[in-house]
Design a binder for this molecule. Structure first.
Ligand SMILES: Nc1ncnc2c1ncn2[C@@H]1O[C@H](COP(=O)(O)OP(=O)(O)OP(=O)(O)O)[C@@H](O)[C@H]1O
Length: 311
């Protein structure tokens, strides 16, 4: 893909809070229309980076361009604010107003005409299914309902980029699935760029691109599949019949293994390699399971080992 399609470019971004260097020179680009997952353990610098991109706090140094506007001060930042919608970890809606009032108030901030504002409300209401909560006061909503209203507020001016800082944290599984499907629908149906931080790896697994930071530095990036190839592996779990000594056999076959609660685990180069091993061990196995490498493995291996898995 060409550079023109990059809707966000970040070059050598740094942020220090006094002595604390929260972001230490990170660079990446986000393509228009993609679901971009920005990952890292607690304190890695994700919220700081998002806050800078959303013009909420000032960078110490580095260059950021968002939808053609250079992040800095004054007019360019105003243009950026019109292009983006932001959902923060903590809600910022007015507790005393209804969902409808909250969202329409926000729309007025963008000086949208009455007709556009109503059209936009209908648009967000459809994606976030607001009908049942439209006239409820924000302080009477459940956590999941609040999240729907928060996202709707961020979308009322139909931004080209939606920033979501852990949008599904703390939600029950059913609400999480709903919120997540609304986000995916927005990306797929309206070509909105979604910039997401999450601690749920199944969400990162469906991203178009993943960037992982640690202690303010970029430590890995790629598509979920590329990262799985580099940092995860499939494994074969085996439980043997009592009469068989697997360790002697593994030694003969030059296979390394791990053992936990009578279950032996072998790291596979590919899932199909399991067939050959299982054939050789026919008659000696009580049970087996092939486990596919997951984004959880990717995240854990990147952070714990900080290096590629070489199987
Ligand atoms: N206002 C601040 N003043 C001083 N230090 C700060 C401030 N905000 C963040 N930090 C520090 O900067 C580092 C990065 O924090 P940040 O909140 O960006 O991480 P994060 O990846 O978003 O973490 P989490 O997943 O917990 O939200 C941490 O060491 C944090 O303590």
């Amino acid at each position: 893909m060409s550079e023109e399609q990059d809707i966000i470019t970040v070059k050598n971004l740094r942020k220090a809070y006094g002595q604390v260097e929260a972001v230490k020179g990170i660079s990446f680009a986000v393509k228009k229309g993609e679901l971009f997952a920005f990952l890292g353990t607690n304190g890695a610098g994700k919220s700081t980076t998002i806050d800078i991109l959303c013009t909420l706090i000032k960078k110490t140094s580095g260059d950021v361009v968002i939808d053609g506007f250079k992040l800095g001060e004054g007019k360019e930042n105003d243009q950026i604010r019109k292009k983006i919608g932001v959902v923060f970890q903590d809600s910022i809606l007015d507790e005393r107003l209804t969902v409808y009032e909250n969202i329409m108030n926000r729309g007025q901030y963008y000086r949208l005409g009455k007709t556009t504002l109503q059209e936009n409300y209908n648009f967000v209401s459809e994606y976030l299914k607001l009908d049942d909560i439209k006239n409820k006061k924000y302080d009477a909503l459940s956590g999941g309902q609040r999240r729907r209203a928060d996202i709707a507020r961020a979308l009322i001016h139909k931004p080209t980029i939606l920033f979501l800082d852990e949008p599904t944290t703390g939600l029950d599984p059913q609400t999480r699935v709903f919120v997540w499907s609304a986000i995916k629908r927005l990306q797929e149906e309206t070509n909105m760029t979604i910039f997401l931080t999450t601690h749920y790896m199944e969400e990162a697994a469906v991203a178009n691109q993943v960037v992982v930071i640690k202690e303010g530095q970029l430590i890995a990036s790629g598509t979920p599949n590329q990262l799985k190839e580099r940092y995860a592996f499939d494994s074969l779990h085996l439980v043997f019949s009592e009469t068989f000594d697997p360790e002697e056999w593994f030694e003969k076959e030059e296979l390394s293994f791990t053992l936990k609660n009578s279950m032996y685990s072998l790291r596979l180069h590919s899932t199909l390699d399991a067939i050959e091993t299982l054939k050789k061990l026919e008659g000696q196995i009580e049970s087996f399971e092939v486990i596919k490498g997951s984004m959880d493995d990717v995240f854990i291996n990147i952070n714990e080992e900080g290096k590629k898995i070489t199987s």
